[in-house]
Design a protein around this ligand. Structure first.
Ligand SMILES: O=c1ccn([C@H]2C[C@H](O)[C@@H](COP(=O)(O)OP(=O)(O)OP(=O)(O)O)O2)c(=O)[nH]1
Ligand SMILES: [Mg+2]
Length: 147
């Protein structure tokens, strides 16, 4: 694919790389002046020192939690998932939320989340009054397999 333009906005940041050949995610590191303690329940927006311009509307990026931090320490994302639009050119920001019971300290340069590029389809809509019948119809929320 075409390279995605990347700006390194802070000298403490570095271009993210895939850790292994098969990695889907690029780890994002915290740009912080000092360690930052997050109390239980607290969330804060952390800079990454990076911006990208995806440019292609057929792509987007998502920011996802790292499983170790999320499972072991309760550090997930305040917005659950971050969505980076293809036309966004600002700094990549990570909302870190301590959903755990104990304080957690984020160190400068710590890998706090991961960025995944994903394909996107922009929908076109056709307004109709009725849909053609389907097997499911309007059933949902556990309706299948119930008698
Ligand atoms: O975790 C995130 C989520 C979003 N963004 C940036 C990229 C994204 O393209 C932009 C807008 O995000 P979103 O559309 O989710 O936020 P919004 O609350 O709808 O704001 P807006 O009105 O600017 O679209 O903010 C981040 O840097 N980190
Ligand atoms: Mg938006």
């Amino acid at each position: 694919m075409k390279p995605i333009q990347l700006k390194i906005l802070d000298p403490r940041a570095q271009a993210p790389t895939y850790a292994t050949e098969g990695s889907a995610g690029l780890d994002l590191r915290a740009v912080l002046d000092a360690p930052l303690s997050l109390s239980p329940g607290q969330s804060t927006l952390i800079k990454t020192g990076l911006s990208i311009h995806i440019a292609d509307p057929g792509l987007a990026a998502v920011i996802l939690p790292r499983s170790g931090l999320g499972h072991k320490h309760g550090i997930v994302l305040g917005n659950l998932v971050g969505l980076i639009d293809s036309d966004y050119q600002g700094e990549l920001m990570v909302s870190c939320w301590n959903r755990g019971q104990t304080a957690f300290t984020i160190e400068p340069g710590e890998r706090i989340a991961q960025l995944v590029l994903v394909p996107v389809v922009q929908a076109q809509f056709e307004i109709v009054d009725e849909f053609a019948a389907s097997q499911r119809g309007a059933g949902g929320f556990g309706s299948s397999g119930r008698h």
